[in-house]
Design a binder for this molecule. Structure first.
Ligand SMILES: *Cc1c(COP(=O)(O)O)cnc(C)c1O
Length: 452
C-alpha cells in the first residue's frame, strides 16, 4: 500500500478549504435560519481526484474514465467533469438526460441499467452510445433491434464473477445471487457467454462492477481478473481480438474515518497490476466507472442546530439534516458512519468541553439520527453541524420523507487571497414546489372520483 505521505498534504489543504468555506457560508447567509441545511462542494478537491485517477491509470492501455452519474447527478458537477475530459456512466433516463445536458457527447456515455426498456435501447443504439447488456434476454432483444445491422457503438455484456461480498451486503454486486449481470459460476454460464459472443459480431466488451463501498481491493481485483480471463478465452476461441474493451466498473472504497484518501487510485491500480498484469498491456481499452471515490471527500452537508435537549440522560442535538440528506447513514448507521464536526454559530470549529451526544435530523421517526453516542464539543442552539465526506450519494440523492425540500448545493473555490467564492449548483427547492410536485394540479381528483 502506498497511500501515505503523498496524499496527506492534499488532504490537509482540502480540510483547510472546507473550514474556510463553512465559515464563509455562515457569514454570507448561505447557511442560517432561512436555509438551515446546505450541501457544499469543493471544486478543487473534485478536480484533484480526477487528476489522481488519470495519473494512476496512465500507461500503454487506452483508458476512458466514466463518472458514475448516480453518485452525484447534478448537471453543473457533470459539466465540470465533462470539461475535465471524463466520460459518464448513466443508468436511467434521468441520468442520461442530465449527462447530455451537461455536454457529454454520445461517444462519451456508457449506459448501464439492469432494466433497460426497448425505447432506451433503441435510443442508445441509434446514437452509438456504449451499452452494457445485463442478461441473455436483453441480448436477444438487441438481436431483434439491430436486425442484422452492425452496431454504431460498443456493446458489452455485464458478468458477475461471483467472487463474494464485501463488508456491506447491499453494496456487493458480485455475490452468488447478485441481481447484476450473467452469473459466471452458474452451471453452463461460461459456455453460454462464449456462445453469445460467437454468434454476435457486434458484442465487443465485457463489463464487471464488483461492488461499491466495503469491498476490499483484493476482492475487486479478483473479480476483474475473472472478467479478463474470460475475455482472453473468448478472443482465443474466436481467433481474433473481438473483445476490445474491458469495463472494470467503479467501487473504490472511501475512507469515512479521517481526511486521508485511503485507499488511493494508485493503490487499486497496483493491486490490479499484480493480479491482472495483462489488463494493462494495451490490447484492451479500459473503461472505468468510479463515482463515490471522485466526489465523496469534496462534499459537506452543513446544518444549523435548532434545539438541544436530553432524553433518558442522553443529550440530543436536533438539526435539519436527517434521512432526507443522509439516507444511507440514517437507515444503516453501522455501515455508513460519518465524521461529524461541531462549529459555533459563526461557522468556526468549536473547542472546549465535550459531551456524549446524539445528532438528530428533522424527520418524524425515532431513527432519524446521523450519529449516536458521539463525543463532541457541547452543542448549543444556533451551532453548526457538518457531516463530512458527503459529496457522493448524500445531498445529491435526496429522499423526500416528510416532504422536506431538497437543500441548495453550492460549489466553492478559494482564491490566492484566501477568499472563498461560491457558485450555486442547485437551488433549494421551495415549499411551493414541494406542494406542486405532490399532485397540486390534481387536488380534487379523488373527491371527484368518489362523487361520480
Ligand atoms: C454504482 C455503480 C458504479 C459506481 O460505484 P462507486 O462505488 O460510486 O464508484 C459504477 N458502475 C456501476 C454499474 C454502478 O452501478
Amino acid at each position: 500500500m502506498t497511500s501515505g505521505s503523498a496524499a496527506r498534504p492534499a488532504a490537509r489543504e482540502r480540510a483547510a478549504r472546507r473550514a474556510a468555506a463553512l465559515a464563509r457560508a455562515v457569514e454570507d447567509g448561505l447557511l442560517g435560519p432561512r436555509s438551515p441545511v446546505v450541501g457544499l462542494l469543493d471544486v478543487d478537491g473534485v478536480l484533484a481526484a480526477v487528476d489522481a485517477l488519470n495519473e494512476a491509470f496512465q500507461g500503454p492501455a487506452p483508458v476512458r474514465h466514466a463518472f458514475a452519474a448516480k453518485a452525484c447527478g447534478l448537471v453543473p458537477v457533470l459539466r465540470l467533469l465533462a470539461e475535465a475530459g471524463m466520460s459518464c456512466e448513466v443508468a436511467s433516463p434521468g441520468e442520461l438526460e442530465q449527462a447530455l445536458a451537461a455536454g457529454f457527447t454520445y461517444d462519451r456515455l456508457v449506459f448501464d441499467s439492469p432494466a433497460k426498456t426497448v425505447e432506451e435501447l433503441e435510443f442508445a443504439l441509434a446514437h452509438g452510445i456504449a451499452i452494457n447488456l445485463d442478461n441473455f434476454q436483453e441480448l436477444a432483444r438487441v438481436d431483434r433491434l439491430l436486425a442484422g445491422r452492425p452496431a454504431a457503438g460498443p456493446i458489452g455484456l455485464r458478468v458477475n464473477p461471483q467472487v463474494g461480498a464485501g463488508a456491506i451486503g447491499a453494496m456487493s454486486t458480485a455475490t452468488a445471487t447478485s441481481k447484476f449481470g450473467v452469473a459466471l459460476r452458474d452451471p453452463g454460464a461460461v459456455d453460454a457467454v462464449i456462445d453469445a459472443f460467437v454468434r454476435r459480431p457486434w458484442l465487443d466488451r465485457l463489463h464487471a462492477h464488483v461492488g461499491s463501498q466495503g469491498c476490499p481491493l483484493p476482492l475487486m481485483a479478483q473479480g476483474i481478473r475473472v472478467a479478463y480471463e474470460l475475455a482472453e478465452r473468448i478472443n482465443d476461441r474466436l481467433g481474433h481480438a473481438r473483445i476490445t474493451g474491458i469495463d472494470i466498473g467503479g467501487g473504490l472504497p472511501v475512507n469515512f474515518d479521517s481526511d486521508d484518501d485511503r485507499p488511493t487510485y494508485a493503490d487499486y491500480v497496483a493491486e490490479l497490476r499484480a493480479a491482472v498484469p495483462g489488463l494493462f498491456d494495451g490490447r484492451y481499452t479500459l473503461i472505468t466507472e468510479f463515482g463515490r471515490s471522485l466526489l465523496a471527500k469534496s462534499g459537506t452537508v452543513a446544518t444549523v442546530v435548532e434545539y438541544t435537549k436530553t432524553a433518558g440522560g442522553r443529550p440530543i442535538a436536533v438539526t435539519h439534516a436527517g434521512a432526507q440528506a443522509a439516507t444511507r447513514t440514517v437507515f444503516m448507521p453501522d455501515a455508513w458512519p460519518l465524521r461529524i464536526e461541531v462549529l459555533d454559530a459563526g461557522g468556526r470549529p468549536k473547542q472546549g468541553p465535550t459531551e456524549i451526544v446524539d445528532i438528530a435530523g428533522p424527520c418524524c421517526f425515532a431513527g432519524d439520527l446521523t450519529a449516536t453516542g458521539r463525543e463532541l464539543p457541547v452543542i448549543e442552539p444556533g451551532d453548526v453541524v457538518a457531516l463530512h465526506d458527503t459529496g457522493a450519494y448524500y445531498f445529491s440523492s435526496h429522499f423526500s420523507y416528510n416532504s422536506l425540500p431538497r437543500p441548495a448545493v453550492h460549489g466553492y473555490r478559494t482564491g490566492a487571497d484566501g477568499r472563498v467564492r461560491f457558485a450555486l449548483v442547485r437551488q433549494a427547492q421551495t415549499v411551493r414546489e414541494v406542494v406542486e410536485e405532490s399532485g397540486l394540479a390534481q387536488a380534487g381528483a379523488l373527491v371527484a372520483l368518489r362523487a361520480d
